[in-house]
Design a protein around this ligand. Structure first.
Ligand code: CUK
Ligand code: CUA
Length: 669
């Protein structure tokens, strides 16, 4: 074994592959010239590792050598992790985890610094929520194309939307939906990112109020919130945001129109039966109650018209937000319904904005609605009838361009640059490629079990790139080395450049159940390498920023303020003495400017950890309530003397009260 180690691990691999011991040594002598590890040739290596030509081709297409960069980046929903994963393509390497709704200690996100304020804005009704169910990341767009500036994600569980700035890949804002109790159709952007759309999922009384289920039809509602995005500020402007009341069907996925259909939004729904369950009372569960009708309703929203009506004062105010009532939307042509078959799920507008593709979970078709037909029917008021809430309904057969025979359980659809659509087919576990022109399936590729969402390169823009599709699979049995009963999810990278789709690689996702993801060309991103000196988590130069030489400790009103700097490899000051019970406020600026020179700051017991990238500033507040000696130190191995980058917080016991010395003596033993 020692000899093997000496001659290199490549040789060891070949030896394990069955080559004799003496043969190993001989091979080693020969390979000095060809430099293929222990192998005489690529063929030799393939044989040793049991690889086919197709494997090698896939490896060559996805291998990114040390020092080379990936061409695309995926922003993947972190599902129940509440965060976002950033993955390089074609390597499928994890590049970053962005802390969004869930504290992420690696990023110093939510552990005592200024990021806590951003997380606190996401509280619902005063309740702290430290997790989320992230479903749909959406990149900001300009003229329907990703512009690489911002990312928006929704939290299905608690009805919230977050804004991530892609200059530093950090969350800048969380807004809590004041009307809904859950969301799903979000966070979808309009073509110039004027609005970020967030649609409720499970109906509830608007404004998070109470009403008994017996009043479901009267009091329960869905809602679509149009969050106004202020690009200059890089924040959602709550004061300019508004909403549309929706009937109490369970609204599901949504998409914004583009080009021909710009100004419109499409939301599908299930449970138009309005089943409410009641399994303990022997009533059918919602799953069967909700599957009685053959059709549910695609909601067609003229949001430009809604915006005008809101501006004209037609909204009613609920919990501080203007809401356009159902009656107005129905009468003014803002909200129109059309049937959609069997438990619809995905709702995707084609790159040219001319069609809307809907997949039915219990159907074998994808239905393709023609926006031109839909618009004409609405303009001519050709309605088939009205629903229980007075909303006009279009004739299904008059509104569609056709249906594509896909397979069992089509869910989501993405697009390429050659006029093809790719639909994930859940029950059949395939990706189905079909032609948008003649609505015919041309090819299916088997993916590993139960594909949910699917994504393609720049796939939600007006000009998709083609090249790659990623199947986002819910299960990974038999796929990876066992890691216990909770399995990773599995991303499969699919090459769509050739005549036939080819699976290139599997990437286990071990920290999330990703729902949707988007893939952007990396050259569109304009990331910074360091912050302007003194920048806080909200992206502003902090009023308490500290410059080198201006460090100090001051006391006022029972608070101890410490203005501190961090630079390789010390904190100034490094000794802080306080009295038990004093409030400690640390203002720490990293006065580094060099690329990748990050420090961290933690202190024993107070649940504090911040990340201090070059130029970053953090304000940390806690009450030093327990006497003791608390080392603080840098949590990032920043230099040869990183371990020496430490200091002390000394918390002196409170002066014993002079009036009660006897009592102290007794308890002190
Ligand atoms: S959903 Cu999860 S697979 Cu929330 Cu977009 Cu379809
Ligand atoms: Cu600074 Cu380690």
């Amino acid at each position: 074994m020692r000899l093997h180690t000496l001659v290199g691990s490549g040789l060891l691999l070949a030896c394990l592959g069955g080559v004799s011991y003496a043969g190993c040594v001989n091979q080693h002598e020969q390979q000095q010239k060809v430099d293929l590890g222990a192998s005489q040739s690529v063929k030799d290596l393939m044989a040793a590792r049991g690889l086919t030509d197709a494997d090698v081709e896939a490896a060559l297409k996805t291998y990114v050598p040390p020092g080379k960069h990936d061409e695309y980046m995926i922003f993947a929903s972190g599902g129940q992790s509440g965060n976002v994963n950033v993955i390089g393509v074609p390597s499928m390497r994890l590049l970053k985890v962005i802390g969004v709704f869930t504290p992420e200690s690696w990023q110093g996100w939510g552990f005592g610094g200024d990021s806590n304020k951003i997380l606190a804005d996401g509280h619902q009704a005063g309740h702290e929520i430290s997790w989320a169910d992230v479903h749909h990341p959406n990149l900001s767009e300009t003229k329907g194309d990703y512009d690489g500036e911002f990312l928006f994600v929704n939290d299905k569980a608690n009805a919230r939307v977050a804004v991530v700035d892609l200059k530093d890949f950090a969350t800048k804002q969380i807004v809590a939906n004041p009307l809904a109790a859950s969301d799903h159709g979000g966070a979808f952007v309009t073509p110039n990112t004027d609005y970020v759309i967030e649609t409720s999922q499970y109906p509830a009384p608007l404004g998070r109020d109470y009403a008994p289920l017996s009043e479901f039809k009267e009091k329960y509602r869905g809602v679509a919130v149009f969050w106004k995005f202020d690009r200059q500020k890089g924040r959602i402007d709550k004061t300019q945001s508004w909403a549309i009341e929706l009937p109490p069907y369970t609204q599901d996925l949504a998409d914004a129109g583009k080009l021909d259909s710009d100004g419109w939004a499409f939301i599908n729904s299930f449970n138009s039966e309005m089943a409410t369950g009641g399994t303990l009372d022997k009533k059918p569960p919602i799953e069967s109650g909700a599957s009685q009708n053959d059709m549910d309703y695609l909601h067609i929203i003229n949001w430009r018209k809604a915006e005008e009506l809101i501006k004209a004062g037609k909204g009613t105010e609920i919990k501080g937000m203007k809401v356009l009532p159902l009656s107005v939307s129905g009468a003014e042509g803002v909200l129109t319904l059309v049937g959609e078959p069997k438990s619809p799920h995905g709702c995707d507008v084609t790159p040219d904005g001319k069609d809307i593709v809907v997949g039915g979970k219990l159907d074998t078709h994808a239905t393709v609605y023609s926006f031109e037909k839909v618009k004409k029917l609405i303009e001519e008021k050709k309605f088939e009838g009205k629903d229980d809430f007075g909303l006009p309904i279009l004739s299904f057969k008059d509104a569609i361009r056709g249906q594509v025979e896909i397979g069992l359980g089509p869910l989501h659809t993405v697009f390429d640059d050659k006029g093809y659509a790719y639909t994930s087919v859940f029950l059949e576990s395939v990706v189905a490629k079909w032609s948008l022109k003649d609505l015919k399936t041309v090819e299916k590729v088997k993916v590993h079990y139960n594909i949910g969402h699917i994504l393609s390169a720049e796939g939600d823009t007006v000009s998709p790139d083609g090249r790659y599709v990623v199947a986002m699979n819910k299960m990974s049995m038999d796929r990876f080395t066992g890691v216990g009963p909770l399995y990773p999810q599995n991303f499969q990278l699919v090459d769509i450049t050739g005549e036939q789709m080819r699976i290139l690689s599997d990437a286990p996702i071990g920290n999330a159940e990703p729902h949707y993801s988007q893939m952007i060309k990396v050259d569109k991103l304009k990331t910074i390498k360091a912050y302007p000196p003194g920048t806080n988590a909200e992206g502003q130069v902090d009023e308490n920023r500290v410059e080198g030489g201006k460090e100090r400790i001051e006391r006022k009103d029972g608070e101890v303020h410490v203005w501190m700097t961090a630079i390789r490899s010390h904190f100034t000051p490094d000794i802080i003495e306080v009295e038990q019970g004093e409030k400690v406020v640390l203002h720490i600026t990293s006065v580094e400017s060099g690329e990748d020179q990050t420090h961290g700051f933690t202190i024993d017991m107070y649940n504090v950890n911040v990340s201090l990238e070059p130029g970053k500033h953090e304000n940390i507040t806690f009450v030093a309530d327990a006497p003791g000696v608390y080392p603080f130190y840098c949590t990032e191995f920043c230099s040869a003397l990183h371990l020496e980058m430490q200091g002390w917080l000394l918390v002196k016991p409170k002066e014993k009260s002079a009036s009660a010395p006897e009592a102290d003596k007794k308890t002190g033993g």
